[in-house]
Design a protein around this ligand. Structure first.
Ligand SMILES: Nc1ncnc2c1ncn2[C@@H]1O[C@H](COP(=O)(O)OP(=O)(O)OP(=O)(O)O)[C@@H](O)[C@H]1O
Length: 252
């Protein structure tokens, strides 16, 4: 199923980001960022506030064009294609603040996302997540009446319903309690093992990053400061000085 959905059988990159830069006028948000995510892999992107992480997601998903560089999915060039075209091809993003049809019910939101995905597998594809997040009793509630944590979980289900090949998760754990954060873990494990998705996670919760990401990339002032296994990268003095000191202070 994984190879069928991702179109890859060779273990190569599903998402390839090649030397992309983004500028707004004179502001260089990031420069020369490159990485690849194979099917079933998870890359964590961390860095201080304003480092360019959300803008990186916005560029990959087609909300913004890069100034320079290419974005490829399954070897196909996605660069400069609009959001709706990129999402139809399988690059799906989640938002820090969940993006739902606010006055529609939870069930209707999920049904719309499933319809968007075309002839997909339907409700069965999201049933395990509804179960995992204990959302069944709320299916007929208006989505904006859900508690914050469940709204975030609904956002993850909607991203999954869109039949992603690559998921870009923007701070999925922000504002969640510990129990809810563990549901983010369950979600990521589900999409990588059951769907073979490649996943990019932007996150400030370093425990979650350590648990879920075999590789991380550190952005600092728009440049790649470090990339590698969390144990190596998070021990580096330049990474601690640029970022982790701040996170620890915020956590204290
Ligand atoms: N549309 C835009 N026009 C001009 N500047 C922008 C635009 N979007 C983002 N920026 C600037 O780009 C820089 C990076 O912002 P971005 O939101 O990507 O950072 P971030 O790493 O995601 O930060 P945080 O961790 O706080 O979410 C900031 O200086 C921001 O003000």
């Amino acid at each position: 199923m994984t190879a069928e959905r991702t179109g890859r059988t060779d273990g190569g990159a599903l998402l390839e980001v090649a030397a992309i830069s983004k500028r707004f006028g004179g502001l260089h948000v990031f420069d020369n960022v490159s990485f690849a995510i194979p099917p079933g892999d998870v890359l964590g992107v961390i860095g201080p506030n304003g480092a360019g992480k959300t803008t990186l997601i916005n560029v990959i998903c087609g909300m913004l064009p890069p100034t320079i560089g290419r974005v490829r999915l399954d070897g196909k060039d996605m660069t400069g294609k609009p959001l709706h075209a990129v999402s139809r091809m399988g690059i799906i993003r989640s938002f820090q603040q969940t993006n739902t049809f606010r006055t529609a019910s939870v069930r209707e939101n999920i049904s719309r996302a499933l319809r968007f995905s075309g002839s997909g597998p339907g409700w069965d594809s999201v049933a395990p997540l509804i179960d995992e997040f204990e959302l069944e009793p709320q299916l007929d509630e208006q989505s904006d009446k859900l508690p914050y944590g469940l709204q975030k979980m609904l956002g993850l289900i909607l991203a999954c319903a869109a039949r992603p090949k690559v998921l870009l998760l923007d701070e999925p754990a922000a504002g969640l309690e510990r129990r809810e954060r563990l549901r983010v873990d369950a979600f990521v494990r589900h999409v990588r093992t059951e769907l073979g998705c490649g996943v990019l996670i932007v996150e400030h919760d370093m425990d979650l990053v350590r648990r879920l990401c075999p590789r991380i990339l550190v952005l600092d002032s728009g440049r790649v400061l470090a990339e590698g296994a969390p144990a190596d990268v998070l021990a580096r003095k330049d990474v601690i000085d640029a970022y982790l000191g701040t996170v620890d202070e915020e956590a204290a």
